[in-house]
Design a protein around this ligand. Structure first.
Ligand SMILES: C[S@@+](CC[C@H](N)C(=O)[O-])C[C@H]1O[C@@H](n2cnc3c(N)ncnc32)[C@H](O)[C@@H]1O
Length: 281
């Protein structure tokens, strides 16, 4: 790994270590740390429900079987991993580059009586500490957004998944070139949230192929995800501003706010489903 990549990974870790200590029921009390999904324009459910809905959608796509062993890359506070274990019934191993997240996710799994089946550890997705073909399925919900080298991560996924196993992930992407007047907003977002290099939807078929995987689905789900999530986050921050300021400091609260992005329709959200060919093709 290059020094720049190492620096990125440790910056991501610091960001999430700091955020892990932030407790508020208003602000994602369920500890999901991802965008929401509303199936149609008529769905008016709140962001918390939409976050769960995105997890459900990914579970549908994962098609895991009972007792499958699932790797959750970028596990956050453990909420999706716990949900996977409760739905699939097998074992889930979550990894993150935040030591605080490992601690808190482990405590949550223990509290739910899942310590034998759900575990969390510190590991970098670019260098997975697992044996070849040791997982039936791989899940990466909004974590590849931070990673400097997507191809390397996809290669690692292809190495640790069994033939015929599926990977489901979500990513940010450029739906169209970001116009000059919106670039400062996007650059600020990328810098504050340590977001890796941007991709387009056309990059994915090549990335997946070069990693040795076969693309099953590539969907632009921005319409179901972006605007309502950004509005929901802005609302949460407004509702909870005092607690956030006290916990993270007002500068950081301003830095992490995503409301400027609401008008940047060019920034989109991608759902990717791929599999390791069972026949080695
Ligand atoms: C936006 S959060 C998503 C958390 C979780 N998937 C969820 O939906 O609640 C991004 C996660 O990716 C993890 N992450 C970022 N870069 C990583 C890397 N190189 N290796 C492993 N995890 C990484 C972060 O530590 C964090 O847990």
């Amino acid at each position: 790994m290059s020094q720049a990549e190492e620096t990125t990974t440790s910056r991501v870790g610091q960001l999430y270590d700091q955020m892990a200590g932030f407790e508020s029921d208003n602000f994602s009390g369920d500890h999901n740390m991802h965008f929401g999904y509303w199936d149609t324009a008529n769905d008016t459910w709140p962001l918390e429900r939409a976050e769960e809905r995105l997890t459900e959608l990914m579970l549908e796509k994962l098609q895991a079987r009972p007792n499958d062993r699932v790797l959750d890359i970028g596990c956050g506070m453990g909420t999706p991993a716990i949900r996977i274990a409760n739905s699939v019934g097998g074992e889930v191993v979550g990894i993150t580059v935040s030591h605080e997240q490992v601690k808190r996710a482990t405590a949550r799994a223990d509290a739910e009586g899942l310590s034998g089946r759900v575990s969390f550890r510190y590991a970098d997705a670019a260098d997975l500490p697992f044996e070849p073909a040791s997982f039936d399925a791989v899940w990466a919900l909004e974590s590849i957004i931070h990673m400097p080298d997507r191809l390397q991560v996809l290669r690692e996924i292809a190495r640790v998944i069994r033939p015929g196993g599926r990977v489901v992930l979500t990513d940010f992407f450029e739906r169209a070139p970001i116009p000059e007047q919106k670039r400062a907003v996007v650059n600020k977002f990328r810098s504050n949230w340590v977001i890796g290099p941007m991709v387009t939807i056309d990059d994915y078929p090549r990335l997946v192929r070069e990693a040795g995987l076969r693309l099953v689905e590539l969907s632009d789900i921005s319409g179901q995800v972006m605007r309502r999530t950004l509005e929901g986050i802005a609302q949460r921050i407004a509702n909870d501003r005092k607690t956030i300021d006290a916990s993270l400091g007002s500068d950081m609260a301003d830095d992490l706010s995503l409301s400027d992005l609401i008008e940047v329709w060019e920034l989109g959200y991608l759902l990717v489903v791929a599999e390791l060919p069972a026949d080695g093709t």
